[in-house]
Design a protein around this ligand. Sequence first.
Ligand code: UGA
Length: 463
Amino acid sequence: MKIAIIGSGYVGLVAAGCFAELEHEVVCVDRDEAKLARLSRGECPIHEEFLPELLKDYVGNRLRFTADLPAAVAASEVVFIAVGTPGSDSGEADLTSVESVAREVARGINDYKVIVEKSTVPVCTAQRLATILEQGGAPRGRFDVVSNPEFLREGSAVCDFLFPDRIVIGSSSARASDKLRAVYAPLTSGAYSMRADAIPAPDGAPLPPPLIQTSTRSAELLKHAANAYLAMRVSFINAVANLCESVGASVEEVCAGLGADSRIGPEFLQPGIGYGGACFPKDLAAFHAVARECGYDFALLDEVKRINEMQRERFLGKVREALWTIKGKRLAVLGLAFKGGTDDIRESPAIFVVEQLLAEGATVVAYDPAAMPRAREVFTELEYAEDAYEAADGADGLLILTDWEEFAALELARLRRALRYPIVVDGRNLFSPERMAEEGFFYHSIGRPQPRAQRALKLRKAS
Ligand code: UGA
């Protein structure tokens, strides 16, 4: 099928690459000429597994980039709107880009088109979009607006897109639903996963994925509800972790028992320094604003946010507890991205922690496998290291702020030798407290009892 994607951010670009992988003809639109030039050369602007390969394979044949939005729409049967919907001061989603894009889309409607909301938008946006398209001169019978929310996560976006838990189509038009079903047919028929050259399916992915058909409003609402629910789980487990700390219980053991309940499940129960990123904080606020507009006070969402913000402060408290004074200390920081697998630092709790430590007079030397180029653009007062050991070299303590897999695989003896003092404050529970104690670290983590550093104690006893 001929598909236009408006917006080449995380969602738009991943969708563009993946639709090309599913053998559709894709044109991706952006107004940033410099970005378009890079994309047209096949360069990948974000750190996302498998995306560079998709761009390399398809740019110039099934996938092209342009700034000419109306022409892209005119040449396509299905148009996905995947532009940003940032948060405003009042929490509401700022739909300025969606509206201006819709006005341009109207100019390209020369034949029947399915206009798809891919961006996360408040409920009832489809209705607004239809009005804008009509005002722009597109006759009512020439288009349908449908909602097709995206559930991909940064860091595993390509796999999430190609092997989703479900595909949701929110539409009141059978004609539009049929078109969208055809777009996803390679996934829902199982044909893609059986291709010899397919990207391998992650463990546990439902094959083929179920397709859930809903009303347009239900689809819009369920996307907000999904992110709010997931954020709530993170805050819930962080609150439980805090309780565990008070009584000497282990949040890991609690999670093992909790997650074994099939009604609860084990996913998304990892305590840490709180959620961040471009989605949860913004979508939680937008969902709250939607509820407010509907006359419902969704106070639960306030509490989710409050716990999340408190979690970062608690972590800073642990750092102060472990290091006693902060001013003048040299601190190694592992991780700046809001989670592992991405170079995205938007709303990253790691960045919040680093900013606080700098404000308190610490020197911070940071290492992140992917996010340093982005961090460098906004953070000049940081020192950056080539790897974790260099960051640790001579530092008074080491903080783990992002759950990168490579951090969990670090050589602990080497790390300890590099550090001036063997203090590790782990905001992501990447190591077992027992092992860290055996390796001689003074190790602090989230929601777990803290054994004393054995080697350090032994050495002290021996002397
Ligand atoms: C999230 C959703 O998971 C996606 O389904 C959704 O499509 C996306 O938002 C979006 O709306 O675009 P993402 O923000 O990429 O995806 O990242 P997540 O993996 O959900 O993590 C969000 C935050 O929660 C991260 O800071 C992560 O470290 C934290 N988290 C997650 C935890 O602290 N504990 C967990 O158990 C899980």
